[in-house]
Design a protein around this ligand. Structure first.
Ligand code: SF4
Length: 92
């Protein structure tokens, strides 16, 4: 997963101090655009949330409307994005 407001490892460390629940995430790398990539430590071996009742608000709200603005869902995500109208329909 990505964060829209965390750009450096130091910012992430600060965020975990301000919001201890974020300690469930760990940085696992950077993408080709140098954005940090995170993984959640609470995903069980079946790919399910092991603390579903206490998951964060952002987890409950996933996928956010931001995904419609050029976001990409993980290949294994159960959600699908389909436009309500085609680009041609918007031009009519
Ligand atoms: S739903 Fe659960 S496993 Fe998924 S990111 Fe949130 S806390 Fe982690």
């Amino acid at each position: 997963m990505y964060s829209v407001d965390t750009y450096t490892e130091d910012e992430f460390r600060l965020m975990t101090k301000l919001f201890p629940k974020y300690k469930r995430f760990q940085i696992i790398g950077r993408d080709e655009y140098d954005n940090l990539i995170f993984a959640c430590n609470l995903i069980d071996k079946n790919g399910l949330c092991s603390d579903y009742k206490n998951r964060l608000k952002m987890c409950k709200n996933y996928p956010s409307a931001k995904v419609n603005n050029g976001g990409v869902l993980h290949k294994r995500c159960g959600y699908k994005i389909s436009p309500e109208k085609s680009f041609k329909d918007y031009l009519k």
